[in-house]
Design a protein. Structure first.
Length: 267
């Protein structure tokens, strides 16, 4: 009989390492179940900003509808979005009907990741979802609680801002949870910086900057050289194609005024 030491050792190392982290993902809140219109709007977004939206992962959120659609209608929408150039990867968490629909579609349900990107209660649905240049649009990293809940999480007294001393390179993401973010160098194309407070960039901004991620409409974005792929405050965003060329390369500040995103040269 072989001794225990003669048996081969078990390999307990996993074949794949799974980590849960901050995920950059868009949230499409459906307000009118018009597949052709929704697909056309998405195709226009992809056309205007392909670096941001082409093959972008999208959560489909049916919470804006009076009733959850049937599986056939939902599949038609998913097919339309894929043809438009994005990749629907999940449904937003919602009712028990929504959960049943996700099973029928073979998609997961995803709740919030990090941010609040719902439009304000007084914002018109059509304006929030319009695909015209320079329109306010909700971009989401995820589904999220109501704005009142997001604002109910005040920053701790004396909470210091997060300082990023090295460049933020393509594919990297820096997130300042419940505080401001200061980047001492540059934010490269394809990189993303996010803060629940304001974002300060002392170099060129070539990637994406999102301030007020939990719904703070008083947050601002400052940068020394503006080449941003996208800027957003409390879910209201603009892409570079929507911004006057005379602002490109300039030191600017970005803020929200009367639910409209403003960008101006720093004097």
């Amino acid at each position: 009989m072989a001794s225990p030491s003669a048996h081969p050792a078990h390999d307990y190392e996993p074949a794949g390492e799974l980590k849960i982290g901050q995920v950059g993902i868009a949230n499409l809140r459906v307000r009118t179940l018009d597949v052709a219109r929704l697909a056309a709007e998405m195709a226009d977004r992809v056309k205007r900003a392909p670096k941001l939206f082409a093959r972008a992962a999208v959560i489909v959120d049916f919470g804006g509808l009076a009733a959850t659609p049937d599986a056939a209608s939902a599949r038609a929408l998913l097919d339309g979005l894929r043809e438009a150039g994005v990749l629907p990867v999940a449904l937003a968490w919602g009712s028990s009907d929504n959960e049943k629909l996700s099973v029928e579609l073979g998609l997961p349900l995803l709740a919030k990741f990090r941010a609040q990107y719902e439009p304000t209660a007084g914002a018109a649905a059509g304006a929030a979802e319009a695909a015209t240049p320079a329109a306010r649009q909700p971009v989401a990293a995820s589904t999220a609680p109501a704005k009142a809940e997001a604002k109910a999480r005040p920053a701790p007294a004396g909470q210091p801002g997060l300082i990023q001393a090295t460049p933020v390179r393509s594919g990297q993401q820096v997130y300042a949870d419940n505080r401001d973010l200061t980047v001492l160098t540059t934010v490269g194309a394809g990189a993303e910086v996010i803060a629940d407070g304001s974002v300060h960039i002392y170099g060129a901004l070539r990637g994406r900057a999102l301030a007020g991620a939990q719904g703070d409409e008083k947050a601002r974005i400052f940068c020394r050289a503006f080449h941003a792929e996208l800027v957003a405050i409390a879910g209201n965003y603009k892409v570079l194609e929507d911004i006057p060329k005379e602002l490109h390369g300039k030191p600017v500040q970005v803020w929200l005024e009367n639910e409209e995103l403003k960008i101006a040269v720093l004097e």
